[in-house]
Design a protein around this ligand. Structure first.
Ligand SMILES: [Mg+2]
Length: 275
């Protein structure tokens, strides 16, 4: 814990998965199954079980290549294009060889990918509940400060749809998603993108607080970007999201504030901003 000065905080960003919206493994599995079923039926592909098995392989491939090797977000549209190509008989490359995406794009109509993304978004919004109290938290923080969402997420439209469905839009000055930015937390580049989106470029160090559950992406990332960080000790052991349940990186900057429930951030910020 550090010397935390709430009066200096002019803006607050929230992580999405497992911070604003807890994601259970069972609900996530159901969303993937339902979206896969929609796509298989609509595009008259092979059976859903084969599609789901390919989905898991392509997700793991994107995690390995895009996130771990290239340090960027996975792209859900790219995943669907590869899955549709596979369903039509295109053989996937071996695990250590990258896809020929130009060949994939010759085999798949962009309208089909767009349709698959919409189906995935709609199943996600319908299948992953948003907790009641989050709207009150966002409204409370937004009454005195700029509020944003800052998320590592492979599909921006899904987050935008949750925001609209939950009625959060009036509270938000910015929604910053790695799928658009290219960089992922903890890369300082995505925190810089959030500063621009919040119109706080060049704000003094410590003027922005980021709230998140992942000690590496959220906490160490924010601190290294010159921000303050609140670590939410979310009960996310059962979450399927990549950042869930991670331990802090040894020697990395720790949080300024620790909270057990999202609502506690209102108390942390009860002192209004001075400027
Ligand atoms: Mg998270």
């Amino acid at each position: 814990m550090t010397d935390f000065d709430a009066g200096a905080i002019r803006a607050v960003t929230f992580d999405f998965g497992d911070t604003l919206v807890p994601v259970s493994a069972a609900a996530f599995r159901a969303v993937v199954r339902e979206a896969a079923g929609d796509v298989v039926e609509r595009l008259r592909l092979d059976d859903r079980e084969a599609f789901l098995a390919a989905w898991a392989e392509e997700r793991d491939r994107q995690m390995r290549e895009d996130v771990l090797q290239d340090g960027r977000e996975m792209d859900m549209g790219r995943r669907f294009a590869r899955l549709i190509a596979r369903s039509r008989g295109m053989a996937p490359p071996p695990a250590d060889v990258r896809w020929d995406d130009a060949a994939v794009d010759r085999a798949v109509d962009p309208a089909e990918v767009a349709w698959a993304l919409d189906a995935y978004r709609d199943r996600w919004v319908a299948g992953i509940p948003v907790p009641e109290g989050v709207d009150r938290v966002l409204a409370g923080v937004a009454s005195a400060r700029r509020v944003g969402i800052l998320s590592n997420w492979p599909h921006t439209a899904t987050i935008e749809a949750v925001v609209d469905r939950a009625g959060w839009r009036p509270h938000l000055a910015a929604v910053v998603v790695s799928a658009d930015v290219g960089a992922i937390k903890p890369d300082p580049a995505i925190f810089r993108a959030a500063e621009r989106a919040l119109a706080l470029e060049g704000a003094p160090a410590g003027a922005i607080l980021h709230v998140g559950d992942d000690p590496r992406a959220d906490v160490a990332g924010a601190r290294r970007a010159g921000w303050r960080a609140a670590w939410l000790h979310a009960d996310n052991a059962g979450s399927p999201l990549p950042g869930a349940g991670r331990d802090p990186e040894p020697g990395a900057p720790g949080p300024d504030v620790e909270i057990g429930r999202l609502e506690e951030i209102l108390e942390v910020l009860s002192e209004p901003p001075r400027a």
